[in-house]
Design a protein. Structure first.
Ligand code: GDP
Length: 363
């Protein structure tokens, strides 16, 4: 099972494309939920010609791109960077591309959509050449480019074939036996109780398993599981999953918490990381400044200690120590994004090197 995400400027046709590819329209998801009592897991599915099912993250309620991408850290295998042919590259096209790059999403397809709105072949070529320019030097530099129209369905077969090819080369997620589900939603259903949803990043979960919710360390047991649209006995790594838990009240859990097995992970308030500042960021990242850290589904304020220098400049790569104000669950290799606390401008991002460093960096 692979999961892909859409990226691109608002109104450039992401949702319409997903609906055209999957036949699943956000409104239909809601109806199905009422009829079948299944939970809207926040994505749609596409079955590739080889029979593989691919999850696509893009439905209302999950519209915030940063949330989407981060909820999918380790969960998104490839991205569709969607650009409307009539408008071409726009500010969010660049911003989303930067975030994909910071998150290390190395596979993707650049989709030029709404081609039914453009008659001028030179304009299309101009848009595509702009796109080639902006992806140069990023993880998506060699991504294939496909022209489509979600309205006339032109090019959709080529897109699906291209996606099959891209995913064929994408390894399946390894199961290291250490379940970790960053929680993106928490709610309760009458007759069932507490339900949490998220993308299972590693390991599998089974009915009856004892689970722990971090950072609080609450213990409960799995009473029900749903992946895709079905109830199941066992959820595998990479699955969008809903978990019905007994023994923990809905009010005790929040978005950003992590569901795991007891004792497997230990929350941290200090982590060593390598970080890259985006080059069009306007300000340096000062030693001891405060940032908003996005990691997994958590979003916390953190103090930054910059190693060996007073500040990192836009475009720089450097080593930092992050001190989240409240405990989070992080694992070596996790990707994260840093933004300014307000007005929420993206500064950079990176990769966790050590979630439990021995030394506290102070100067
Ligand atoms: P999103 O914000 O990127 O998800 O954009 P939407 O999918 O909501 O689309 C924005 C608008 O563009 C809607 O009015 C769609 O009907 C329209 N649209 C989307 N795809 C196409 C297309 O292929 N051709 C045309 N002509 N319009 C499209």
């Amino acid at each position: 099972m692979h999961v892909i995400g859409t990226a691109g400027h608002v109104d450039h046709g992401k949702s319409t494309l997903v609906a055209a590819l999957t036949g699943i329209h956000p409104d239909r998801l809601k109806e199905e939920r009422e009829r079948e009592m299944t939970i809207d897991l926040g994505f749609a599915w596409l079955t590739l010609p080889n029979g593989e099912r691919v999850g696509i993250v893009d439905v209302p309620g999950h519209r915030d791109f940063i949330e989407n991408m981060l909820a999918g850290v380790g969960g998104i295998d490839a991205a569709l960077l969607v650009v409307a042919a009539d408008e071409g590259v726009m500010p969010q096209t660049r911003e989303h591309l930067t975030i994909l790059d910071l998150l290390g999403v190395e596979r993707g397809i650049i989709v030029v959509t709404k081609i039914d709105l453009v008659d001028d072949p030179e304009w299309l070529e101009l848009v595509e050449s702009d796109l080639r320019d902006i992806v140069r030097g990023t993880a998506l530099q060699n991504a294939p480019m496909v022209r489509v129209s979600a309205h006339t369905r032109a090019g959709l077969d080529v897109l699906v074939a291209t996606l099959s090819r891209v995913l064929e080369d994408t390894p399946s997620r390894p199961d290291l036996g250490k379940p970790r589900l960053p929680i993106d939603r928490v709610f309760s259903i009458v007759g069932f109780g507490t339900v949490v949803t998220g993308t299972l990043l590693d390991g599998s979960l089974s009915l009856g398993d004892e689970v722990e919710i971090l950072p609080a360390g609450l213990r409960g047991r799995i009473r029900g599981l749903q992946t895709h649209k079905q109830k199941t006995q066992r959820a595998l790594p990479g699955s969008r999953t809903a978990v019905n838990i007994t023994g923990i009240e809905v009010g005790q859990i929040q978005r950003g918490d992590v569901l795991t097995f007891p004792g497997l992970y230990h929350p941290t308030q200090r982590l060593d990381a390598r970080c890259r500042l985006i080059s069009d960021s306007r300000m340096p990242l000062q030693h001891n400044s405060e940032v908003k850290l996005f990691l997994g589904t958590s979003e916390v304020l953190a103090r930054v200690r910059v190693l060996g220098t007073e500040a990192l400049q836009p475009g720089d790569v450097g080593w930092i120590q992050l001190e989240p104000h409240s405990p989070i669950v992080a694992v070596r290799g996790d990707r994260f994004i840093l933004r300014r606390p307000s007005p929420g401008e993206t500064i950079g991002g990176g990769i966790v090197l050590d979630p439990h460093p021995q030394h506290r960096y102070r100067r």
